[in-house]
Structures are given as structure tokens and as C-alpha cells.
Design a binder for this molecule. Structure first.
Ligand code: GDG
Length: 483
């Protein structure tokens, strides 16, 4: 069996015997253990001098290969182009895009350098799976170094509509680089459609949808395939964690603090894409318009810090602190705090237990590739008395979790109404919605996601020989069905 090589910006810190990290890390690590292989990426260290050296650590059949970054590389590749240019653009925040040509050069330079570090560790029949927006030029760099292995790419964040992508000055170079992969995986059909739209209308390429569900792409002299692979969780494992924590300290403390009041729960990295300010305002609107909610419900927002050295993240933190203070000042009573805003990380088991103890899961990003919290919230519920998920239509998860109350995160009144509906929803309806969503989550758990992608990637060689049945017309439109 071919070895699997996972390449991601950060290598998940997995240690046998320690609590599991998120579903993605566990899902990918499981695949590595089955096939044997390597996980390659940045160690998280930033070096001020010297030459970074690869560190190899063996865990059974899996090798973890990590390397530090020089300060300038971190600033240009990670802080700069990845997180100040690509992240906002891909989340439809062209207004927050900061572009510096030197950062883009640094991004390409680091991708090339990382690829060169990997090359000596590769074997001829290895299958390489690259993850996320930090590593878009990675396959191009490997090909330039003579690597002929199959290389797949999965984008965890949205792929933006062409008109938004055009805001990133080197958009063409990025899409061209993506076309060096053999297989591109997107979270949802709309993301795949946006990519195909760029290929046809901006890159004069051609796309053709195949009977097996994959899309064949010809552009920049390359032939490749693309598909939608919505990432999942392990719902039964989350459910077990949640049940185990039901009588734990965190849940007891929460219940004692809230004296039987209902709980609305949110957990997000503190990121402007997560729609936190709009969410706080919609909770305020609920208190304004639904007087029965006052003193009867609390909103718990857990928002661990992330990318705190970027200005846009300092800004969102200040705005949230100000909003929660303002709203609490307006409505709090001596015995009731409307918003518990916690800027800290919790253990995974504690989060699962808190999800189960809450009545509403409030997940309203302005844009999100998938949003695993929405899937974890549903998984954690008590089947006999499940809570209700209020979910943004702009989270990838909304394509699958149709049993949620779907909201537009810009519609503050609409979100307040959905919260009121969720809080008052009768048990029979909550159960039906929960069953529907839990069925979906079990059907497409993280192993299914991984296996579908791996199956398609390993079959690539056979597919490459097939002729493209549709051609691009003179007007730049692809003939054939658009997915
Ligand atoms: C990217 C895409 C896509 C959160 N706070 C704590 C904590 N978490 C865990 C959650 C969840 C994960 O982190 C966050 O995943 P999301 O999917 O919600 O969001 P991103 O971090 O933005 O992830 C996203 C994902 O990649 C996977 O493809 O869904 O769209 O943006 O698992 O539970 N975990 C712990 N403590 C915390 O305080 N232990």
C-alpha cells in the first residue's frame, strides 16, 4: 500500500495517551496509522537566527516531520499573505485585504523551501495530501523539483466568487498554482462552482462534470479533477464525551450560576469571519423584543484568542468587549448577567458537555468553509431532550444540516426571532430536527470524508488518460453541465 504524506501548515500535536485534538486531526491521523506515512509541516517555532532543521519523530507507523520558520518567513508567509490577504479575501472581506507584493514573494518562497525540505523524504509511490490556503503553491513547487507523485489539495475555507477573488492581485498565479494538483477538494458545491466559474470566465479553461460526480478541469495546460468533500466529525464520539461530562464540574458550575435559566451557547476562535458582533446584537434584539427572555436566558460565548498579532483581530476583540459590556450594562440584574463572554480556551470534553447542557447552539458566521462547532453541537445533544441549532446560511454546514434554524447573520431581527423560536420549540420538533441532523452526521463522518478524498486521489492516474468531452466555447462558456 502507498504511504500517505499529509502536508499542512501546522502539524497537529498528537501524542498517544493525551486527549484527542479536533476531529480533523484525529481523522487524518487515523488514515496515517492505517497506511503508514508522514505528517509534514511547520512546528510552530519562530527562529530569530540560524537555519531551521527538520525534526523527525516516529509514532508507530507515522513519522511527524516538523520544521521551524525564520521570523521574516513567518511574517511574510503566515502573518502576511496567508492571514492578512488570503483569509479575509476567501471569507468575502475584501475590505480587510492587505496586500504587499513582498509578502506574496515570501509566501511563494516559503512554499518552495518547504517543498524542497520534503522532497528527500519522499518515495516514488507516496500519495501526498496538502491542506489549506497556506500551501496553494506547494504542488507547483514539488513539480518544479521533479516530483511525479499524486498530489491532492483540500481547501478548508470557502473559495470565493470570482469578483471577490479578483481583489487579490496575484489571483491568476494562485489559481494557476492550484491547477498543478491532481485533485482539488472543496467543502461545498458552491465553493466548487466558484472555482469552476473562475476557470471558465477568468482563465479561459474548461470544466466538465463527470458521471462519477467529479469535475474534470483543463486550464493553464494542466488537466486535473475537483470535487466537493464536506468535512465531518465523529458524532458518536462527541456524544460520548458530552454524556461523560454531564455531571462534571463545568456543567455543575454553569447550572449553579444560571439558576435554571436557559442557555444559548457559542464557541468560536475570535475571528471576524465568525459574525460575533452581529450575533451579540441579535441577542440584544431578543431581549429588546421578547421581554420573556429577560432574566430567563443567558448567552455564553467562548472565544479563544487567535492570530492576536494582527490588527484586524485586535480590533474585533475590542469591539466585542465593548458590545458585551454595553449589552450587559443595559440589561443585567443583580442576579443575572445576560452575556458571559469568555476569551479563553477550554478542553474539548468540557466544550462537549457545555453543548449538551445548553438549549440553543448559536453558530452564525458571516462566512465559514464548514464550521465544525455546528456539527459538534448537534452531536453532543441528549437524544431525549435535544437543543436547537441556529445556523448561518453562510456556513458550509448549512448545506447539510437542514434541520437547523437557518438564518442570515446580517439580519439581526431574523436572528432574534430564530432565537425566540428555538427557545420555545416543543420537544417533538426538537427531536425530529435532531434525528434528521444526527443521521446526516453519521452518514458523512470524518472517516467518510477522508476515504472519499483518498479514493479519488488514488484513482487519479487512471482518470488522467480520459479525454475531456466538453470544450470551452468562443464566448468563454463551458459547454456541459455546471455543478
Ligand atoms: C477551519 C475552517 C472548517 C474551538 N474553541 C475551542 C476548541 N475549538 C474547536 C472546535 C472545532 C474547532 O476548534 C474549530 O473548527 P471550526 O470548523 O468551527 O472553525 P475553524 O477553526 O475556522 O476551522 C472551518 C474547519 O477548518 C475544518 O475544515 O470547518 O470552516 O475555517 O472543532 O470545537 N477546542 C478546544 N477548546 C476551545 O476553546 N479544545
Amino acid at each position: 500500500m502507498s504511504r500517505l504524506i499529509i502536508v499542512s501548515n501546522r502539524v497537529a500535536p498528537i501524542s498517544e495517551g493525551l486527549p484527542a485534538a479536533g476531529g480533523l486531526a484525529v481523522g487524518v491521523y487515523d488514515a496515517l496509522k492505517e497506511t503508514g506515512g508522514m505528517w509534514f509541516g511547520w512546528s510552530g517555532d519562530i527562529l530569530t537566527s540560524g537555519q531551521p532543521q527538520i525534526k523527525l519523530e516516529e509514532h508507530g507507523p507515522v513519522t511527524f516531520a516538523t520544521i521551524g520558520l525564520l521570523r521574516r518567513d513567518y511574517d511574510q508567509y503566515y502573518r502576511g499573505f496567508s492571514n492578512a490577504t488570503l483569509w479575509p479575501a476567501f471569507h468575502y472581506r475584501a475590505d480587510l485585504v492587505q496586500y504587499d507584493r513582498h509578502d506574496f514573494e515570501g509566501y511563494c518562497r516559503v512554499n518552495t523551501w518547504l517543498a524542497q525540505q520534503l522532497v528527500p523524504l519522499l518515495r516514488d509511490d507516496d500519495v501526498i495530501w496538502v491542506h489549506d490556503y497556506h500551501l496553494i503553491p506547494f504542488a507547483q513547487a514539488l513539480r518544479a523539483a521533479g516530483v511525479k507523485n499524486r498530489i491532492g489539495f483540500f481547501l478548508h475555507i470557502p473559495f470565493p466568487a470570482s469578483q471577490v477573488l479578483l481583489a487579490v492581485p496575484p489571483h491568476r498565479e494562485l489559481v494557476q498554482a492550484l491547477c498543478s494538483f491532481d485533485l482539488l477538494g472543496f467543502q461545498t458545491k458552491p465553493d466548487l462552482r466558484a472555482f469552476c466559474d473562475y476557470i471558465v470566465n477568468e482563465a479561459s479553461g474548461a470544466v466538465a462534470h463527470q458521471p462519477d460526480g467529479l469535475t474534470r478541469i483543463e486550464a493553464f495546460g494542466q488537466t486535473l479533477f475537483a470535487g466537493d468533500y464536506p468535512i465531518g466529525v465523529y458524532p458518536d464520539e462527541v456524544a460520548e464525551l458530552a454524556k461523560a461530562g454531564e455531571r462534571g464540574k463545568a456543567v455543575r458550575t454553569l447550572k449553579e450560576t444560571l439558576h435554571g435559566r436557559k442557555v444559548i451557547m457559542s464557541v468560536d476562535r475570535l475571528d471576524y469571519s465568525k459574525g460575533l458582533v452581529e450575533r451579540f446584537r441579535a441577542f440584544e434584539r431578543l431581549l429588546d423584543h421578547h421581554s420573556t427572555a429577560r432574566n430567563n436566558v443567558s448567552f455564553v460565548q467562548i472565544a479563544p484568542p487567535t492570530r492576536a498579532d494582527l490588527h484586524a483581530y485586535q480590533d474585533i476583540r475590542l469591539r466585542l468587549e465593548s458590545e458585551s459590556g454595553r449589552i450587559n450594562g443595559r440589561f443585567a440584574e443583580l442576579d443575572w448577567t445576560p452575556i458571559l463572554y469568555i476569551h479563553r480556551q477550554y478542553e474539548r470534553a468540557v466544550l462537549a458537555a457545555l453543548f449538551r447542557a445548553s438549549h440553543v447552539g448559536y453558530v452564525t458566521p458571516l462566512r465559514d468553509g464548514m464550521n465544525l462547532v455546528a456539527k459538534e453541537y448537534v452531536s453532543a445533544q441528549d437524544p431525549e431532550n435535544p437543543g436547537v441549532l441556529v445556523l448561518s446560511r453562510f456556513a458550509g454546514a448549512a448545506q447539510e444540516l437542514t434541520g437547523a434554524l437557518i438564518v442570515n447573520p446580517l439580519d439581526i431581527d431574523g436572528m432574534a426571532d430564530a432565537l425566540a423560536t428555538a427557545l420555545a420549540m416543543p420537544l417533538a420538533e426538537r427531536e425530529a430536527r435532531y434525528r434528521d441532523m444526527m443521521g446526516q452526521l453519521r452518514e458523512n463522518n470524518v472517516s467518510v470524508w477522508r476515504d472519499r478524498f483518498m479514493r479519488d486521489l488514488t484513482q487519479m492516474v487512471a482518470r488522467r488518460g480520459v479525454a475531456l468531452p466538453f470544450a470551452k466555447t468562443a464566448h468563454g462558456e463551458a459547454q456541459g453541465q455546471q455543478g
